[in-house]
Design a protein. Structure first.
Length: 301
């Protein structure tokens, strides 16, 4: 069988393979994705191997391709992660998604590129750092009483803050890194956040993600939950147009996360092409889709 790597990190790997005493709270998503992919890969003659992205390079020998999987600590080590992907490519191992996609997608300023290509994004201010005065200025700029401050390089809601005029950060608070400030969208709590999963640019399945009571972050680490979602023709067309706006033809998988603006239009919050969780429970044929896409790439190599 052809060996395919599934890049993970110590916090998401199963206990017998990881090097930590306790896995991340969302590591069950790693297990769900592996359970969906492995049987379909085996049927396609592919042996899916979970591996820490920091494993010695020799451990990757014999692999034809690696998926970026659940390497969910890359955001704190982006240069090291990119160097590893480059090293794998130099060894003749195909990387999905490729390093050039990761470089573009790692900093959320890529949203500006999508906007220039016609996609609707959430209104955003881009700052080298943010303090209390910047938060107030952003509220004035957007004409809102609540904003969200996010890391420019980040995922999973880590290091994210939400402030209101009644609950501002302390006077000495600083984000301490490049960041983005956006108006808080009430629809994220009232309606939920929508995810559209694409494999080889074809729509696979939709997901509606909801926040827990009293929260606005929809990730499972914060009590968020999800359910299946069949998008309207208009909403699907909006998401598909975002995929069409991507500046790459080599994207194996893509997860478009969107929220509804006050005017009713969906806007891009994220176009995740590095290591997104692909919600296999809501997409029962995800394994087959990814296996076929990988096999097609290997045949074309």
């Amino acid at each position: 069988m052809t060996r395919i790597g599934f890049l993970a990190c110590a916090d998401t790997l199963p206990p017998e393979q990881g090097s930590v005493d306790e896995r991340r709270g969302d590591a069950f998503e790693h297990d769900l994705e592996i359970a969906a992919l492995r049987p379909a890969f085996a049927d396609a003659g592919l042996d899916l191997i979970e591996i820490d992205w920091r494993a010695p390079l020799g451990a990757f020998d014999g692999m034809a391709l690696v998926l970026l999987g659940t390497a969910w600590d890359y955001q704190d080590h982006p240069d090291e992660f990119l160097a590893r992907l480059d090293a794998l490519e130099r060894r003749g191992i195909a990387v999905c998604n490729p390093p050039e996609v990761v470089r573009w997608n790692a900093e959320k300023a890529y949203l500006n590129d999508l906007a220039a290509r016609g996609a609707t994004i959430v209104p955003t201010l881009w700052l080298d750092d943010a303090g209390r005065e910047d938060v107030v200025a952003a509220m004035d700029h957007f004409g809102t009483d609540r904003v969200v401050v996010k890391r420019l390089v980040g995922a999973g809601g880590f290091g994210q803050h939400s402030f209101t005029r009644e609950d501002l950060p302390d006077a000495g608070w600083h984000m301490g890194r490049a960041c983005m400030v956006q108006p808080f969208l009430p629809s994220v709590v009232d309606e939920g956040e929508y995810t559209f999963v694409f494999v080889d640019r074809e729509f696979s399945h939709g997901v509606l993600k909801r926040a827990a009571q009293g929260e606005y972050r929809i990730q499972s680490l914060y009590g968020g939950f999800e359910c299946g979602y069949s998008p309207s023709a208009q909403d699907l067309a909006t998401a598909t147009a975002v995929v069409a706006a991507l500046p790459f033809d080599s994207v194996l998988y893509c997860r478009i996360d969107m929220a509804r603006l006050p005017g009713g239009e969906l806007a891009v919050m994220e176009a995740e092409m590095i290591e997104p969780y692909l919600y296999p429970v809501q997409g029962p044929d995800l394994g087959d889709r990814v296996a076929k896409a990988v096999a097609a790439r290997l045949r074309a190599a």
